[in-house]
Design a protein around this ligand. Structure first.
Ligand code: RRO
Length: 316
């Protein structure tokens, strides 16, 4: 009898966490960010089993790439500084890896980069028709790789890259923007003009750290990208500015660690959020922890779904 009663309590409606955007269904708004754990199929599977609503792969280029020499990552406590330098196995090999993930219960977003529009055409054609991939995220914003970091700063290049990719790929295109620009809304507009279906804000913040014992930069690549909680207010500001001006889905990315951080991004106007550094620091258990916190917050405040809080901070 007692069990039956408990069963009835469990039937009470839970706040809805699902996100429907780009014609895709994410069971919750927590998505693995590009660059963290996104290089092999078994790990991507584990991320989804751990509760992620979707995954973005490591950025993949046309050809295999070794990346920069060590040290490539430094933990600053308040965030990570990385200069990985786009290490990846190349598109052909990685596509075979993804083929094994057809049964995954969450959308796979393939992060891609290209050093030229010709490369982008080849990548777009190669991934078209591959239904294991739900969307592509175009990375134009790695802050420390020459040939990529410049794209994100130039609205003409941004529009042209996006337009080229849209012409040659049969999937929604998400464009990942850089915070290292004077006016992110201008760049977002260029991406939209080029035909972007959604945006991700933001990639890492260009930064550096110096080892004072030896008087040299810590990273072999000298400059790197700062991620983690230190950049969250910058990311929230970027999401807010973009969604204040443009009607396009925005994935918030930068320093999400707790349910409250997710709520902050949603209230700023984000459609969903991406998590990276928090997983590197706290492991995969973070997904379930955040989901629990998210449900509690919505229940306590009497919201039925995350749709009820999206963009709330824009009220005047
Ligand atoms: O691989 C990297 O060094 C890297 C990339 Br592609 C990126 O987009 N952002 C970043 O901080 N690091």
């Amino acid at each position: 009898m007692f069990k039956l009663f408990l069963g009835l309590i469990d039937l009470a409606p839970q706040p809805m966490l699902k996100v429907e955007t780009l014609g895709l269904r994410f069971r919750n708004p927590l998505i693995l960010a590009a660059g963290i754990l996104g290089l092999t199929a078994p790990i991507l599977r584990r991320v989804v089993e751990s509760g992620a609503g979707g995954v973005v792969t490591k950025s993949i280029g046309l050809k295999p790439r070794k990346g920069y020499p060590n040290p490539t990552v430094v933990d600053l406590g308040f965030g990570f500084l990385n200069s990985m330098g786009l290490p990846n196995p190349g598109l052909e090999k990685f596509m075979k890896e993804l083929e094994t993930l057809r049964d995954l219960e969450a959308p796979i977003i393939l992060s891609i980069y290209a050093f030229s529009e010709d490369e982008l055409v080849e990548i777009g054609r190669a991934v078209s028709g591959l239904d294991v991939i739900s969307a592509v995220e175009l990375n134009i914003s790695c802050p420390h790789v020459d040939g990529i970091s410049e794209i994100a700063k130039d609205p003409i290049l941004v529009k042209s890259y996006v337009k080229t990719l849209k012409r040659h790929v049969d999937k929604p295109v998400i464009v990942k923007l850089s915070p290292n620009v004077s006016d992110i809304v201008r760049i977002a507009e260029a991406a939209v003009d080029g035909g972007a279906d959604a945006l991700t804000a933001i990639n890492t913040v260009r930064a550096m750290s110096i080892d004072v014992e030896v008087g040299r930069p810590v990273l072999a690549g000298v400059f790197g990208g700062l991620s983690g909680p230190a950049i969250r207010p910058i990311a929230v500001r970027c999401v807010y500015e973009i969604t204040e001006s443009l009607d396009i889905p925005v994935f918030g990315c930068g320093g999400v660690e707790t349910a409250r951080d997710v709520i902050e991004f949603l209230m700023a106007g984000a459609t969903a959020v991406q998590l990276g550094s928090a997983i590197a620091r706290g492991g995969l258990r973070i997904f379930k922890k955040i989901l629990k916190g998210l449900r509690s917050f919505l229940e306590e405040k009497g919201y039925n779904s995350i749709d009820d809080i999206r963009g709330l901070a824009h009220r005047r």
